[in-house]
Ligand binder design. Structure first.
Ligand SMILES: NC(=O)c1ccc[n+]([C@@H]2O[C@H](COP(=O)([O-])OP(=O)(O)OC[C@H]3O[C@@H](n4cnc5c(N)ncnc54)[C@H](OP(=O)(O)O)[C@@H]3O)[C@@H](O)[C@H]2O)c1
Length: 312
């Protein structure tokens, strides 16, 4: 039996659907049934039910968005850092392998290759960097799993949410027999308040930036595939290979959904942060090579985006 934690959430729902599709025996445990955030409740539960694998999709993301994490700091740390450590200790003690949903938001920017030199550029909206990317898109390389997070408590400025996720990964570093699955900006074909493609259509003004993104269903499939194939444990960037910009996504939305309306963009980062956002947002590119090298497939980002919009 596979134990699913956080299966009532947006990402957990995708694991729930995928586990059902695979006809795998699983239990979707909620905090209301057993408070799995408490070590003293989780350990006896694991002892009684003896799952072969645990999937942790539970965490605190802030509602309506990550700005709420700045105000609810204790809950953010409990949900993203302490809970990760609690599950790690419980699974380690009971010798149960598990997977943890982390986030790519612990990075900002990308690696830029220019004149044969590679450098980390944290802000891809800087005019000279944006111009280089426009002229030569191949200059963009994603962060690898071995790269240090650069949007964390150790590397401010950052958001409290991102920092709590980076710290969540840090507390897991000493444990083995676990996957850390990094998700980035989930989207799919189902309109809803958490879907990136819906959010873009609902914003009064859109924030342009460069990002890797993850198709939600494909993310859950890829994570379970890693376990199914008995791929080596460790950290994996689980994003659709490649990257996109908000402007490109808007173009595809307008074309495929045949939307007549014009989209207005924030003129600059300065305007966006002055008016629309309280805490810094992570925008970043991740390298999915390690995931693909295990034989797990994720469609290139353009293909996954277009297909989601065609099935909208
Ligand atoms: N959505 C995104 O854009 C995104 C992007 C990257 C990474 N992630 C990560 O993916 C994981 C799941 O995110 P999500 O978007 O699915 O979140 P969500 O919709 O808010 O669901 C999270 C689930 O976690 C459980 N939970 C346990 N402790 C909690 C707490 N202190 N506060 C709130 N919920 C708690 C709840 O389930 P029960 O109470 O029913 O047990 C809840 O349904 C998180 O670790 C998040 O950091 C999300």
């Amino acid at each position: 039996m596979i134990l699913l934690l956080g299966g009532t959430g947006y990402i957990g729902e995708a694991f729930y659907t995928e586990l059902r599709r695979r006809s795998l025996p699983f239990q979707n445990l909620t905090r209301a049934e057993v408070d799995y955030t408490k070590f003293r409740e989780l350990v006896p539960f694991l002892g009684r039910t003896k799952p072969s694998f645990v999937v942790n999709c539970a965490g605190y993301t802030g509602k309506p968005n990550v700005d709420a994490c700045e105000l609810n700091r204790a809950e953010t740390l409990l949900g993203n850092t302490v809970l990760a450590q609690t599950i790690a200790q419980a699974c380690d003690m009971m010798q149960i392998p598990w997977g943890h949903v982390s986030s790519g938001c612990i990075y900002s920017g990308a690696k830029i290759v220019e004149n044969g030199l590679v450098r980390i550029e944290a802000d891809l909206t800087k005019p000279d960097v944006a111009e280089l990317i426009e002229r030569q898109p191949t200059c963009v390389q994603g962060f690898k799993e071995t790269d240090e997070p650069n949007f964390s408590f150790r590397k401010p400025p950052c958001s409290f949410y991102s920092a709590s996720k980076a710290l969540g990964e840090e507390v897991l570093a000493g444990f083995d027999r676990l996957f850390v699955w990094r998700l980035r900006i989930p989207f799919d074909e189902f309109d809803g308040p958490r879907n990136y493609l819906s959010k873009i259509q609902r914003y009064s003004k859109v924030y342009d930036n460069v990002n890797s993104i993850s198709h939600r269903g494909e993310f859950a499939r890829a994570c379970l595939d890693l376990w199914d194939r008995r791929a080596p444990f460790g950290v994996y960037n689980v994003t659709n290979p490649g990257w996109t910009t908000t402007r490109k996504v808007v173009e595809r939305i307008r074309e495929i959904l045949r939307l007549q309306r014009d989209f207005e963009f924030w003129k600059s980062d300065e305007e966006f942060y002055r008016i629309a956002a309280k805490t810094p947002r992570s925008n970043c590119v991740l390298d999915a090579t390690k995931l693909l090298s295990t034989g797990v497939r994720m469609r290139p980002v353009e293909e996954a985006l277009d297909e989601a919009l065609r099935r909208w």
